[in-house]
Structure formats: structure tokens, C-alpha cells
Design a protein around this ligand. Structure first.
Ligand code: SF4
Length: 203
């Protein structure tokens, strides 16, 4: 059985390519088992509903246009390469469980690797991506509209945190059951080797 601090070290550190490879491996190893867990699937469905409500609200506020205008300027918008690091293994796994095809869209130094031609490819996004409203957005909207947006965002983040906790509990119980060997086939970068060493210790 893995401890929560071992899980934190595994899932919240490292390069995004390593985190994505780990999420894909967990999905491949445990996706079917997780799909049979009513608590996890119910929370995933509730999360998807909140995400849809937030997208609807953002669409009604015209945030897509605001963000696109910024992104088309030299230097890009808020979805910067730096923000890529905010993604973690469990949140990427949630996307896979929700049926999202999670792939690296670009590997340049300026923009986030999950920023595709039609925007972010992720449905479950890092907390900072969801929480952040820039001055352009704040300047366009009145107080009640922004509060409503924040309420929708808060609702989504609370549900995401509950699902994250359920997944941590699940992996605390199950990670020691032979995860190390399949992960060893994933790659040989120093970050991956370091992560695999910890997985192997747990296996
Ligand atoms: S919203 Fe998506 S594309 Fe933008 S920084 Fe966050 S993860 Fe990257």
C-alpha cells in the first residue's frame, strides 16, 4: 500500500511528458477497474456537468473571443508554456477517464503544450487555469457577472477536488499491485527513470 505522501511525490512533480505518460499508463492499467467504481464514476459525471455549466457561462460572456484576441498577439495569451507545469497526473487521468484524447499539441517555448488550434484540449484543467481571470475579462464585466462566474468555477473545483481525493485513496490501496514493470517500458529520460524508481519501490 502506498502512502499519500508517496502518491503526492509521484503525481505532482516532473515534466509534463512524464506526467502524461504516467496518466496514460494508469489509465491503461486501472481504467476498467475505475469505470466499475460507482463513487468515482458518479463524481466524474457531476464534474462533467459542472464543467459544461462553466463553459456555457464563459461562452455567454464571450470569453472565447477575448482569449483568442490575446492569444493572437505577439507573446501569446495566458496559456503559456509556464502554465503547462500546473498539470498533474491525476487531473490528466481524469481527462482520460472522461474520454478526452489527451495529446501534446505543441512543444514550443511560448505556449502551453495542451493549447490546440481550437483552444485547450483538456476538459479537466489545472486549478490555476480555472481560477485566473485577467484584467481584460474583469474590465469587461460587472461585479455580479464575475461573482456568478466565480461561483461556477468554485463549484467545478470543489467537485474536481473530491474526485482527486477518491483517486488518491484508490491508488493508495492499489498502486503496489505491479505497476512498476509496465511503466518501465515507457521511456528513459532522467525524470522518467526517477519516477519509475519510486513506482518500482511501491510495486
Ligand atoms: S487552460 Fe489548458 S491550454 Fe491553457 S494553460 Fe491551462 S492547461 Fe494549458
Amino acid at each position: 500500500m502506498a502512502t499519500r505522501s508517496e502518491i503526492y511525490a509521484l503525481f505532482y512533480s516532473g515534466d509534463v511528458a512524464v506526467k502524461l505518460a504516467a496518466a496514460q499508463e494508469l489509465y491503461s492499467q486501472y481504467g476498467k477497474v475505475l469505470a466499475l467504481r460507482p463513487d468515482i464514476m458518479a463524481q466524474l459525471a457531476a464534474l462533467a456537468a459542472s464543467e459544461h455549466a462553466l463553459q456555457t457561462r464563459m461562452g455567454a460572456m464571450g470569453m472565447g473571443n477575448t482569449c483568442t484576441q490575446c492569444a493572437s498577439r505577439p507573446g501569446g495569451g495566458c496559456c503559456s508554456r509556464f502554465m503547462t507545469g500546473e498539470n498533474d497526473v491525476l487531473q490528466l487521468l481524469m481527462n482520460l477517464l472522461a474520454g478526452v484524447q489527451v495529446t501534446i499539441q505543441q512543444d514550443g517555448p511560448v505556449e502551453c503544450c495542451f493549447l490546440g488550434v481550437a483552444g485547450c484540449v483538456l476538459v479537466m484543467k489545472p486549478m490555476f487555469c480555472l481560477n485566473y481571470n485577467c484584467s481584460q475579462i474583469k474590465g469587461k464585466e460587472d461585479g455580479p457577472t464575475l461573482i456568478f462566474l466565480e461561483q461556477r468555477t468554485g463549484e467545478l473545483l470543489r467537485k474536481q477536488a473530491v474526485l482527486e481525493d477518491l483517486l488518491i485513496d484508490f491508488f493508495c490501496e492499489n498502486l503496489c499491485r505491479g505497476l512498476g514493470q509496465p511503466l518501465k517500458e515507457l521511456g528513459s529520460s532522467p525524470a522518467m527513470i526517477e519516477k519509475l524508481a519510486v513506482f518500482a519501490l511501491l510495486s
